[in-house]
Design a protein around this ligand. Structure first.
Ligand SMILES: [Zn+2]
Length: 169
């Protein structure tokens, strides 16, 4: 099921919700569709509506500023575009650069996408110990980036300019 990006009335990204929830918000006039999937329609109750990719709340909601994007395995895979950090092939697993057994945690900077083979080969070792080199450095996405990642938006050119602008710190 696709997720829909929710913007505050002020246009800043807030969160993602399920498509069903997004449609309900629009039907209840609590949000408007800012961007819809081209050509896609969804039946809700007795009407057909565009499939919202981005909705914007009609009323501004005050939210505490989130300093950091929440870490998730899925987020790491999307951040690294499903590319193995060690060989560049398709990745389906998440590797802890510093193994958990050595105190490495579930953090953006300590995890990379990895193919099953490399993940197994590296096992409980650091890249140095395993003689493996990281092709890319893991980085921490901004909260706004994380929302776009959650949406699975790879081609930012497909989004309105105000959305793909980097999040203000
Ligand atoms: Zn690999």
């Amino acid at each position: 099921m696709r997720e829909t990006l929710v913007l505050n009335a002020s246009f800043e990204p807030l969160s993602t919700v399920s498509l069903r929830r997004a449609v309900v918000l629009v039907m209840q006039d609590k949000a408007v569709v800012e961007q819809a999937h081209p050509g896609l329609r969804i039946r809700a109750a007795a009407v057909e509506v565009p499939v919202p990719q981005v909705i914007r709340l009609c009323r501004y909601v005050r939210v505490p500023f989130r300093q950091r994007a929440p870490w998730s395995r899925r987020g790491v895979l999307v951040r690294d575009r499903h590319r193995c950090a060690y060989c560049g092939r398709r990745a389906t697993t998440v590797d802890h650069v510093q193994p958990k057994s050595r105190g490495g945690g579930d953090t953006w900077l300590n995890t990379v996408a990895a193919c099953g083979e490399d993940n197994q080969r590296k096992a409980d070792r650091t890249p140095e110990q395993a003689g493996m080199r990281l092709l890319t450095r893991p980085f921490e996405p901004t909260p706004a980036d994380a929302l776009l990642l959650a949406l699975g938006v790879r081609d930012r050119a497909a989004l309105p300019e105000w959305l793909s602008a980097p999040a203000s710190a």
